[in-house]
Ligand binder design. Structure first.
Ligand SMILES: *[C@@H]1O[C@H](CO)[C@@H](O)[C@H](O)[C@H]1NC(C)=O
Ligand SMILES: *[C@@H]1O[C@H](CO)[C@@H](O)[C@H](O)[C@H]1NC(C)=O
Ligand SMILES: *[C@@H]1O[C@H](CO)[C@@H](O)[C@H](O)[C@H]1NC(C)=O
Ligand SMILES: *[C@@H]1O[C@H](CO)[C@@H](O)[C@H](O)[C@H]1NC(C)=O
Ligand SMILES: *[C@@H]1O[C@H](CO)[C@@H](O)[C@H](O)[C@H]1NC(C)=O
Length: 269
């Protein structure tokens, strides 16, 4: 929770229905959404922090490059107990394949190097993946901030009923995701008068069932688009993401592969 407390809590980004449709098409370029990097905690380019960060980023990218099918990966570097220790993760959306995951991780690392070149605490969201690193441990810890959301500008008809149905679907999907090893789930729900709601939820794999459920419930209940009955919305938190639409937007043929968590640890004086 603490890592990004100083940042803006919630940032709201509206997207048009057209751009939501455009992101459906699977293209090679990952879709950038947003980033936070706090300029209140920075490092020097010739510091041990920088060397450790380089190790973390290189380990993250080399793991993604192995097409190892890890959708979630942690890398740390530094002398344990010192202020130069760097904690990093990437999380790919549970339905993207390893080539897209790899591409997204590399793109987000490149983005971080350019836009957050001296900041210690960084989080970058693409549609396909998230990159996060910090000098403060955030492992196995639920973080709800910083956050942002995007939505389809179209209001649902019968918005009260629609909201109830979306919330029910998201809660069902969320409780299955929290119990799954991958901490990821998609679910379709047919609703009379509303066609089909497509929902996707995902937590970082290091969260407990309890914390994953808590994160997803917070994401479902605390953001304006769902409360206002928009036809589609996405909420991004450091520890979980949710999205629902009235059209299919995820890879349906996703096979629920399960992978163990891995932590890589390198020492650097
Ligand atoms: C940090 O960012 C804020 C907001 O963009 C800006 O007003 C401030 O000048 C920046 N501080 C430094 C030290 O760069
Ligand atoms: C991590 O990166 C360092 C430096 O680039 C390298 O020596 C080490 O083998 C990498 N470890 C893993 C597990 O990729
Ligand atoms: C750092 O050391 C402490 C105790 O010395 C240990 O409990 C902890 O797991 C270590 N952390 C890492 C990231 O290695
Ligand atoms: C992270 O860096 C900031 C600024 O350099 C420092 O105030 C803070 O104590 C550091 N946190 C840890 C856990 O080292
Ligand atoms: C959706 O509803 C809000 C509030 O009722 C209204 O301000 C907005 O114009 C509506 N948007 C569309 C696209 O109809």
């Amino acid at each position: 929770m603490a890592s990004f407390k100083r940042f803006v809590t919630t940032l709201v980004v509206a997207v048009s229905i057209l751009s939501s449709y455009l992101t459906m098409t699977t293209e090679a370029t990952p879709t950038y959404h947003y980033h936070f990097c706090s300029n209140t905690t920075t490092f020097n380019l010739n510091s041990p922090y920088k060397s450790n960060l380089d190790i973390v980023l290189s380990n993250l990218s080399s793991n993604a490059a192995q097409e190892s099918d890890f959708i979630f990966f942690r890398a740390d570097a530094g002398d344990n107990g010192t202020s130069n220790y760097v904690y990093g993760i990437y999380l790919c959306r549970g339905d993207v394949n390893s080539a897209i995951c790899h591409d997204c991780v590399l793109t987000s690392i490149e983005y971080a190097r350019q836009k957050c070149s001296v900041e210690k605490e960084v989080i970058i969201w693409y549609d396909e993946c998230m990159l996060r690193y910090s000098n403060q441990s955030f492992q196995s810890t639920m973080s709800a901030s910083p956050s942002f959301c995007m939505w389809n500008t179209q209001n649902a008809t019968e918005s009260d009923k629609f909201k109830q149905e979306v919330e029910k679907t998201m809660n069902e999907c969320g409780s299955k995701a929290a119990k799954s090893a991958k901490k990821f789930m998609v679910q379709e729900a047919d609703i009379s008068g509303f066609d089909t709601i497509y929902s996707l939820v995902q937590c970082t794999q290091d969260l407990s069932i309890h914390d994953c459920t808590k994160c997803l419930q917070y994401a479902t209940s605390s953001f304006p688009p769902l409360l206002d009955g928009k036809e589609g919305a996405r909420v991004f938190l450091p520890s979980c993401i949710i999205r629902y639409e009235l059209y299919p937007f995820y890879e349906a043929a996703e096979s629920p592969k399960v992978h163990p968590l891995i932590t890589r640890n390198q020492q650097m004086k």
